[in-house]
Design a protein. Structure first.
Length: 517
C-alpha cells in the first residue's frame, strides 16, 4: 500500500468506522464497530448518548484496525474525522460535559414561547413561513434546555457539536470546521460564520455568542494528536488532525460531485439529494445551502427526513417471515425483499407512497401517505412503493435545485445502504431518467474526508486533482426511458397532487389533536 496514508474516522448514527486510505482512493484497512445502543431514551422521543461514547468507539475501531494493519500505522500522515450532524453537547468552563449528547434524531420539542418582533412577524407572514418559524424554534435543543434544564444552560460555557468535542479530546483545542455547523445553531450559511445578532432568523436559536466555539475552514489543521489522546484512543501522538465536513458533505465529495451536471443521492436514514456549487443557492426559499466540505463551495440539499428509516420500520412491523428466512439463509432481510422488487411492476399498480413522515422546513404540516390501496396489493407492493416514494421525493428535490441553480443534472451518484442494491439503483435510474453511478467503494464519506487531507498536505494541488486520482466509477445503471415515462405520468398526475389536496386534512388533524400530531 502506497504511503502516505490518511487515518479517517466516520462516526455515524449506528456505527463508527476507522479507515486507512491511500492517495489512490484504496483502503489499506477498514474496521467497523457497530453500536449496541446507538442512543437511549429517558422519555418517548428522546435520543441521547453519553459524552465519551463516540470517543470510546473511535478508540475501539482504531484498536480493531491496528490488529490487522499495525505496520501501516507508521505511514499515517494525518487524521480526519467526519460525523453525524446536529448532535449537541453542553460544556462547562473547563470544557467538561454537563449532560449527555442530544442526538440528531431526538424528537423532543421546546414549548412555543417564541417572541417575534412585529416587523419580523410581517416578513414571515408574507413569505408564508410563520408555521416553519415556530416549528424550527420548537425543534432547537438549546431552547428545550433553556426551558427545562436552566441550571445546565446557566453553567454552559460552550455549546458544541459532536465533531467540536472530538477535536478537543484529540488535540486540546475547542475549534471546528465551519462545514460542521449544520443544525439548530445560529449560523450564517452564506458567510460561513456565526450569525449577526440582528439576523432575521437568529430568534430560532438565540444562543449567546460567547457560548459558541471558534470556527476554521475545512482543510485547516485543528492541532496535533496529544499524548493523552494517544493513550485513550491509540491514534499516534503528533499527527495533525485536519478538519473536513459533515458526513453528508464528505459523502457528496467522495462521490466526485463537484461542479455542474452532477448530483449525489444518499440512501440513508435521512435520504438526501445534494449538489456542489461555487455560488450560494438556497435549494428552497428560506432553506439554506450548507457549507461544503471544500472551502469556497456550498451544498444545496433537500432532505427526506425519515428516508430509508421507513424500510427499517416496514421490516420491523411486517416482515416476520423474511426475518426468519434471513436467520436461516444468512441473507439480509433487505436482500430478500429486494428479490421481490422485480415481481412488482413500476408504479406498483397504482399504489403511491409519499414519505413525509417528518415535517420539513417548507412543509411543516405534512404527514406520510400511502394512496391507492386495492385488494390486489401485497406487502411487496408496499415495499416497492416505499422505494419509489423516496425516489419521487428525491426527484422533486432535484428538480427544485435544478430550477434555482439553473443547472441541468445529467448524472447521479449514489451512496448509503440502499445504494448497495442493484435493484434499487436501477429503479432510481428509471425514475429519474438519468444514469446512476456507483463508485468503487460504499465508504464515500471516508474517501471524501481523506481527499481533503491529501489536498491540505500538498499531495494534490486541489480537490479536482484528488477526485481524478482517488475516485473510480464501478457500476453504471442506465435508465429504461419507456419505464421513465410511466414514472413521470405517476409523478405529475398523482404524486405532485397528493400533498396540496390533503393539506387541509393535515391541518384539520393537527387542530383536532391540539397540535400533538
Amino acid at each position: 500500500m502506497d504511503s502516505p496514508l490518511i487515518l479517517t474516522f466516520d462516526v455515524g448514527t449506528q456505527s463508527c468506522r476507522a479507515m486507512l486510505v491511500d492517495k489512490h482512493g484504496n483502503f489499506a484497512g477498514i474496521a467497523r464497530v457497530k453500536y449496541d445502543v446507538p442512543f437511549f431514551s429517558k422519555e418517548t422521543g428522546y435520543a441521547e448518548q453519553t459524552p465519551n461514547f463516540y470517543l470510546d468507539k473511535i478508540s475501539e475501531s482504531c484498536a480493531k484496525l491496528k490488529q490487522t494493519n499495525a505496520s501501516d500505522f507508521a505511514n499515517i500522515a494525518a487524521v480526519t474525522i467526519t460525523t453525524i450532524r446536529d448532535t449537541v453537547l453542553c460544556l462547562d468552563e473547563n470544557n467538561e460535559p454537563l449532560r449527555d449528547f442530544i442526538v440528531w434524531i431526538d424528537k423532543r420539542e421546546a414549548a412555543d414561547d417564541i417572541e417575534i418582533p412585529a416587523h419580523k412577524k410581517v416578513i414571515f407572514q408574507l413569505a408564508g413561513m410563520t408555521d416553519t418559524v415556530h416549528m424550527q424554534y420548537r425543534a432547537t435543543a438549546y431552547n428545550w434546555l433553556y426551558q427545562n434544564e436552566r441550571d445546565i444552560i446557566d453553567k454552559t460555557a460552550k455549546y458544541v457539536m459532536l465533531p467540536t468535542y472530538l477535536n478537543y479530546k484529540l488535540t486540546g483545542r475547542l475549534v471546528d470546521s465551519y462545514a460542521n455547523m449544520i443544525g439548530h445553531v445560529p449560523f450564517d450559511y452564506e458567510k460561513c460564520t456565526w450569525q449577526a445578532m440582528s439576523a432575521l432568523t437568529r430568534l430560532f436559536c438565540d444562543i449567546p455568542p460567547e457560548k459558541l466555539p471558534d470556527l476554521i475552514a475545512p482543510g485547516d489543521t485543528v492541532g496535533t494528536i496529544t499524548e493523552e489522546a494517544e493513550f485513550l484512543t491509540g491514534i499516534p501522538a503528533g499527527l495533525p488532525l485536519i478538519t473536513t465536513g459533515s458526513d453528508k458533505g464528505c459523502e457528496t465529495l467522495g462521490l466526485s460531485v463537484l461542479g455542474k451536471g452532477k448530483a449525489a443521492l444518499s440512501f440513508g436514514t435521512t435520504a438526501t439529494v445534494q449538489t456542489t456549487t461555487k455560488k450560494y443557492i438556497e435549494p428552497q426559499q428560506f432553506m439554506p445551502a450548507y457549507p461544503a466540505a471544500i472551502k469556497g463551495y456550498y451544498n444545496p440539499e433537500i432532505q427526506i427526513y425519515s428516508g430509508y428509516w421507513t424500510i427499517s420500520w416496514f421490516i420491523r412491523e411486517f416482515c416476520e417471515k423474511e426475518i426468519i428466512e434471513s436467520h436461516k439463509t444468512g441473507k439480509s432481510v433487505e436482500e430478500i425483499l429486494n428479490e421481490h422488487l422485480k415481481d412488482i411492476p413500476p408504479c406498483c399498480e397504482g399504489l403511491v407512497m409519499q414519505p413525509y413522515w417528518t415535517p420539513g422546513i417548507t412543509i411543516p404540516n405534512a404527514k406520510g401517505t400511502l394512496t391507492g390501496f386495492t385488494t390486489k396489493h401485497t406487502k411487496y407492493h408496499v415495499y416497492r412503493s416505499i422505494i419509489e416514494g423516496i425516489g419521487f421525493a428525491l426527484y422533486e428535490g432535484m428538480k427544485g435545485i435544478e430550477k434555482r441553480s439553473n443547472d441541468e443534472i445529467r448524472e447521479l451518484f449514489v451512496a448509503g445502504g440502499g445504494s448497495q442494491s442493484d435493484e434499487i439503483c436501477q429503479i432510481t435510474a428509471d425514475m429519474f431518467g438519468l444514469p446512476v453511478k456507483r463508485i468503487h467503494t460504499h465508504e464515500a464519506s471516508g474517501i471524501g474526508s481523506s481527499m481533503i487531507a491529501f489536498v491540505s498536505l500538498g499531495v494534490y494541488r486541489d480537490i479536482s486533482e484528488a477526485i481524478k486520482n482517488m475516485i473510480r466509477v464501478k457500476d453504471v445503471f442506465k435508465p429504461n426511458m419507456s419505464i421513465h415515462k410511466k414514472y413521470m405520468n405517476t409523478y405529475y398526475y398523482v404524486y405532485e397532487k397528493i400533498y396540496p389536496r390533503l393539506l387541509p386534512v393535515f391541518k384539520g388533524m393537527k387542530k383536532n389533536s391540539g397540535g400533538k400530531i
